[in-house]
Design a protein around this ligand. Structure first.
Ligand code: UGA
Length: 430
């Protein structure tokens, strides 16, 4: 099958490489010439485990990139994988997907056979019908459902395990309005269909499933954070409680790690968008707003715990972890951001370390006056206190490094540091 993919970000590149690995012929379109060149040389524009290997095998063979939409004309399916970033009010900015749909629409009349356009970008119910489909029809002069089809097929890939998640998904969601679109998606995912539950539904439902999935998971973490905060007040270990409730099938053991909260490019953006969209309809989403509020509060609680032990004005304070979670270089909405801001407000001298160089470079752009060191030892050396923000597995091995500190306060936001003699250890929810 010939598949075009518009957009070479984290989703587009991962999907392109994985579909090429399924045996499809994949053409990736991106407006950025340097990204296109790198892809054709087998170099990934993003860092994801397993991706370099896939590109190494398929780039220049069954996967190639172009800046020219006309190269898509032989495709049976074109997947839109463009970003839908947040506007200031939390609503999604559909300008990129609309522009992509317009460029694609302009070449649709040249297609050899009627294609299916698959929306993989995270969009609200209605965006496909009100923005994307009209752009395709406007620019092509063709009619959706007749001359081409449109489908919604959200992704549930996690950063840091996107390739693995693509190959072993919990589910596939096919949101279609006609048989051509459904047949096309069945063919795209043929190698998975036998073993993976497939949800065949409408385009609006498919769009909502993506938001509901992220809203549920983020709210689950906020709920466990709220319970954890109460546990801490009672001197109860929230992780023991979480392990126990996780044994109930109806609750499940995953996404029960309490601490400094959720970040990244998805949960914060998608919850904000769903809240804004619900308000537009006149519905007040009280629980989702509470999930956001609890999440905003966790870094403040971490700083409060620090204040209980030490006044950090004029003191060196170590921040361990800058990425929003381990295994990624992404610092978008990382909980390290409010932590560093809070420390700077208190007049502390912030020294930071993250095992991922990309995460450090990103954070340096945002906080140029923080000192970034190359490993944990010099970061902790001379620090009055340390705050652990990301659960990088390597942090679990830290031990004697804490003896290099000038103070002894260690506040752990992720339950990754072992409590031991010689440090004043505070867990956020335990
Ligand atoms: C999330 C979803 O898990 C994916 O299914 C979805 O496809 C993706 O968003 C997206 O919409 O593109 P991701 O943002 O990569 O994936 O990260 P997660 O692994 O879900 O973690 C999100 C945040 O929750 C992290 O900051 C993590 O530290 C935090 N978290 C997660 C907790 O605080 N506790 C937990 O128990 C689990």
């Amino acid at each position: 099958m010939k598949i075009g993919i518009v957009g070479s970000g984290y989703v587009g590149t991962t999907v392109a490489a994985c579909l090429a690995d399924f045996g499809h012929d994949v053409i990736n379109v991106d407006v950025d010439e340097s990204v296109v060149r790198r892809l054709n040389e087998g170099e990934s524009p993003i860092s994801e485990p397993g991706l370099d290997d896939l590109l190494d095998r398929h780039a220049g063979e069954s996967l190639w990139a172009t800046t020219d939409y006309e190269d898509l004309a032989t495709a049976d399916v074109v997947i839109l994988a463009l970003p839908t970033p947040a506007n200031d009010d939390g609503s999604i900015d559909t300008a990129y997907v609309e522009a992509g749909a317009e460029s694609l629409g302009a070449v649709l009349p040249d297609f050899e056979s009627p294609p299916t356009v698959v929306v993989k970008s995270t969009v609200l119910p209605g965006t496909t019908e009100d923005v994307i489909r009209p752009a395709l029809e406007r620019e092509s002069g063709l009619r959706a459902g007749e001359d081409f089809s449109v489908a919604v097929n959200p992704e549930f890939l996690r950063e840091g395990s996107a390739v693995e998640d693509f190959r072993n998904p919990d589910k596939l969601v096919f949101g279609t309005a006609d048989d051509r679109a459904l047949d096309a998606l069945e063919a795209v995912y043929a190698p998975l269909i036998e073993d993976v539950p497939v949800v065949r539904t409408g385009p609006r439902e498919a769009a909502m499933i993506k938001y509901a999935n992220n809203a549920f998971l983020a709210t689950k973490v906020s709920l466990v954070n709220e319970l954890g905060n109460i546990c801490k007040e009672y001197g109860v270990d929230a992780y023991e409680v979480a392990d126990a409730i996780g044994l109930d099938d109806r609750i499940g053991e995953r996404f029960l790690r309490s601490g400094v909260g959720w970040g990244g490019s998805c949960f914060p953006k998608d919850l904000a968008a769903l809240v804004a969209a619900a308000r537009e309809t006149g519905y007040e989403p009280a629980l989702l707003q509470a999930a956001i509020d609890v999440n905003d509060r966790q870094p403040r609680r971490m700083l409060d715990l620090l204040d209980d032990h030490v006044d950090v004005e004029g003191e060196r304070v170590a921040v361990l972890g800058l990425a929003f979670k381990p295994g990624t270089d992404d610092v978008r909405n990382s909980r390290a951001i409010p932590i560093i801001e809070g420390l700077q407000e208190r007049g502390a001298e912030v020294i930071a370390y993250d095992p991922n160089r990309g995460a450090v470079d990103e954070m340096r752009e945002r906080f140029p006056d923080v000192e970034y060191l190359a490993s944990a030892s010099p970061t902790l050396s001379g620090a009055r206190a340390a705050l652990v923000v990301t659960d990088w597995p390597a942090f679990a091995d830290l031990d004697l490094e804490f003896d290099l500190m000038s103070g002894d306060v260690v506040i752990d936001g992720r339950r990754i540091i072992e409590r031991r003699d010689g440090i004043t250890y505070e867990g956020l929810t335990w």
